[in-house]
Design a protein around this ligand. Sequence first.
Ligand code: GAR
Length: 219
Amino acid sequence: MNNRRPANILVLVSGNGTNLQALIDAEKSGRLGAGKIDAVISDREEAYALKRALAAGIPFFVEAPDRSLPKEKRRRDLSDRILKRAQEREAALIILAGFLSILEGNIIDAFQGRIINLHPSLLPKFGGPGMYGERVHQAVLDAGEKESGCTVHLADAGTDTGPVILQRKVPVIPGDTPASLAERIHKEEHSALVEAAVFIIGKLTGENRETTGFDQRIR
Ligand code: GAR
């Protein structure tokens, strides 16, 4: 045991939450460094990830897009509400673990270098607006790619841009469907996300003094 101050993590989710579960399991077994999952936010009520948070005893909140607002204001409004939560919870790090809304505005500046995004392709391929979940895998298959994978990177003002922390590759196998490819990638995502989170937490807490920036580590 040691008495270092935990780095509060806010995890943002939209769906099943298997990546959230990987983070929860890592923390439980002491593999999350100084990281502590302090709260979970979903942009939709029906996300199964919220049940995972409940089961793990982690506070959770729903912050859904406000459909009464004009479309061009919705994204900023949601981002600002999430920023408020992050500040209230004294979050050190925000992890987008299958979060399907796009963040913009003040939160990107306030948390520069402290928002990790997970994406199910080898960015910069198959990223950007509208590229999420099954759509990504379908596009990979349509393009006849021989390999795909996942990317964990720091978020910036773009969509699926920002410095890469690490990537993992998987083969595309003849006969693959979006679902079979997604499953192969999911397995890699779980350990990749934990590894990247530990790396960034180490940087934030000063325990990881590596100064060379983000070496793109592909395995
Ligand atoms: C993951 O495959 C993640 O890479 C993807 O959503 C899935 C969430 O799975 N994220 C995106 O597509 C974001 N552009 P999970 O809910 O089981 O963690």
